[in-house]
Each structure stands twice: as structure tokens, then as C-alpha cells.
Design a protein around this ligand. Structure first.
Ligand code: RUB
Length: 327
């Protein structure tokens, strides 16, 4: 690169996303917006065109960290499209545009998680036994809101191998006073068959056909819930709906290092570590978003409303002309 160096703090955020010290689709999106803001604030000198080139480089760095959660490109494009679509008269003005858009995205995102909590809490009843998988801020928001409203229920949290995000869920819920039981992933069907009254999980990406991409193992749980006839509920902000899937682009499933599964596999043994799977829309009863509850088949309508115009094929894949979630 010929322009100014990317600030250390931005490189650290990109690393933290890659290494999963920052994880969960919502947090990843907010961290990316913050990184763009830090990059803009730290920029000095050069012309507006040089600033644009530098910001595009930062955007690329962030986009390359993890492939599956569409919240990442949606957040980056939300901020970058504001810059791409403006004609600032000075670098200072261009920096302000980026910082304002990033702040807006972060604020929208935090509010969306709170709103999902309020809307989703209406689905929780006293006496419920709720199974969840992985760690989702949107799911936590629902459970904590319902608990604070005085509803009394129990939660089963899967461990979520190989990175054990279920421990985070269990710890957070226990801190709130919610009765929570941690189970091995393989016990999910046992719990759904005998105990659970509903399943609530988060999402990394929702496809235009309503398929939900979430932590590996989610689709098995959805299948179990379908067999048993209990509701399978997804909690997600609308910026996890993927505009790319409208034009048939498949969602890339991240395959992480086998060493996360087993440090030293026995000789001759291959290990695979797919991090996400896709749950077909037929297995999803409803999707709780900050704009209300929708059936999975309405995902395309949400995308249409959010992005308003048709996706445009640009040099960097599909970019949205208007990619701003509207409040
Ligand atoms: C996290 C995961 C979460 C979603 C939703 O995967 O699959 O269920 O991201 O989380 P990883 P949130 O730990 O590999 O990032 O509701 O917090 O966005």
C-alpha cells in the first residue's frame, strides 16, 4: 500500500474478529463500524481521493476477516456507501461523513438488540423450558427482558463445541438469575424431546428465501423441534438479512482450523471444522426482528424494504445503492 499505514487499533480489531475474541454477528458488525471510525479519525494528510482509497483498503481488510455473517459487509457498506455516495469538499468533511455513519450504525444496532428483546419477550411464558444454541446477544436480550418482566422459565444452553460459546450464554443468564442448565451439544435432541417448550437461536445471516445461517448444529436442533412440534424461533437484527442472496449468491460457510477441534489428531485422521449451517425456512416458525415478527418466507420483503432498490453488480461483488437500515 502506498498511502498511510492502517492504525494499530484497527489491525487489532480485524485480528480480534478473525481470532473470535470479538464474535457474534452483531458484535462483529459494531466492531467493524468502530474500526472504520477509528481509521477515519486517525487519518491525516492527503487528498479526498487518497482518503477514499485508504478507507477502501481498511474496508477490504475488515471484510476479509470472516466470511459468513452478512452483518459484517452490511455494516461496512452502510458506512462506506455514505462516503462513496458523497462529494466532500475536504478530507475533514470526508472523515466526518465516515464517523457519523459509523456512529449511526452502532446506535441503530444497539437499539435493535433492545427492541428485539422487547418484542421477543412477548413470546416467552412462565413455565417455558427454552433451549438455545451458541451465544447470541439477540437471544440474551429476549430472555433477560422476559425475566425482568417477571416471567419465570428455565433455559438449556448447549456447550457449542468446539469454541464453547454456550458457556458465555450460561454465564450471562446465571448472572441475571435465570435458571440455566448447560448440556453437551449431543444432548439437544434429548432435551427437545423430553423437556423443551421452545427453541430460540440467533442468526449470522438470513437468506432471501428465509433460510437461517447460524452456528453449526443449529439445523439439527431445528429438525428436532420440527419433529417434536415445538416452536423454533430465530432472533435477529435486519442487517443480518443478506442482499447478496437476492441474486442467488450462496452464503459462504466458514471452515475454521481443525486445531480448534483437536490439537493433535491421531495420524491418518482428517478433521473438519465447519462453523455454521443453514436451517431451511420450513423449519423456522418465526423470525423476531427489531421491526417485528415475520415468517421466514417474508425475508425477501424485508430485504426489498431495507435496500429499496435493486442490487447493483459492482466491481467488488454486489453493492447496494442504498444499504442503510431505515429505523
Ligand atoms: C456466533 C453465532 C450466533 C450469531 C448471533 O458464531 O452463531 O448465534 O452470530 O449472535 P461465532 P448475535 O461465535 O462463531 O461468531 O445475536 O450476538 O449477533
Amino acid at each position: 500500500m502506498t498511502g498511510p499505514a492502517i492504525p494499530d487499533k484497527v489491525l487489532e480489531i480485524a485480528d480480534a474478529i478473525r481470532e473470535m475474541r470479538i464474535r457474534g454477528a452483531g458484535r462483529i458488525a459494531r466492531a467493524a463500524a468502530e474500526a472504520l471510525m477509528i481509521a477515519a479519525e486517525g487519518y491525516s494528510g492527503g487528498s479526498v481521493e487518497e482518503f477514499r482509497a485508504y478507507m477502501e483498503e481498511v474496508a477490504r481488510l475488515l471484510l476479509e476477516t470472516r466470511p459468513t455473517a452478512v452483518s459484517l459487509p452490511n455494516a461496512v457498506n452502510y458506512v462506506m456507501n455514505r462516503l462513496r455516495g458523497s462529494r466532500p469538499g475536504s478530507v475533514e468533511e470526508a472523515k466526518r461523513i465516515v464517523v457519523e455513519a459509523a456512529r449511526e450504525f452502532i446506535e441503530y444496532s444497539l437499539q435493535a438488540v433492545r427492541r428485539i428483546g422487547e418484542i421477543g419477550a412477548r413470546l416467552v411464558r412462565t413455565g417455558d423450558v427454552i433451549l438455545t444454541h451458541c451465544n447470541s446477544s439477540a437471544v440474551e436480550s429476549i430472555l433477560k427482558t422476559a425475566w425482568r418482566q417477571g416471567k419465570r422459565f428455565q433455559v438449556y444452553a448447549t456447550e457449542t463445541r468446539p469454541r464453547f460459546q454456550g458457556y458465555i450464554t450460561a454465564r450471562h443468564l446465571a448472572e441475571e438469575g435465570i435458571p440455566v442448565t448447560l448440556i453437551p451439544d449431543a444432548a439437544a435432541l434429548y432435551v427437545v424431546e423430553r423437556l423443551a417448550t421452545k427453541v430460540i437461536v440467533g442468526a449470522d445471516t438470513v437468506a432471501a428465501n428465509g433460510a437461517v445461517i447460524n452456528k453449526i448444529g443449529t439445523s439439527q436442533i431445528a429438525l428436532a423441534a420440527k419433529m417434536r412440534g415445538i416452536p423454533f424461533i430465530v432472533a435477529t437484527e435486519t442487517y443480518k438479512f443478506s442482499p447478496y442472496t437476492v441474486t442467488g449468491q450462496p452464503v459462504e460457510i466458514e471452515e475454521r482450523s481443525p486445531r480448534e477441534v483437536l490439537e493433535q489428531p491421531p495420524p491418518g485422521v482428517e478433521i473438519r471444522n465447519p462453523a455454521f449451517d443453514a436451517t431451511p425456512p420450513d423449519y423456522v416458525d418465526m423470525i423476531v426482528t427489531e421491526r417485528g415478527i415475520i415468517p421466514p418466507k417474508s425475508a425477501a420483503l424485508v430485504l426489498w424494504e431495507m435496500f429499496r432498490r435493486r442490487p447493483l453488480d459492482s466491481g467488488q461483488g454486489i453493492a447496494m445503492e442504498e444499504s442503510e437500515p431505515t429505523a
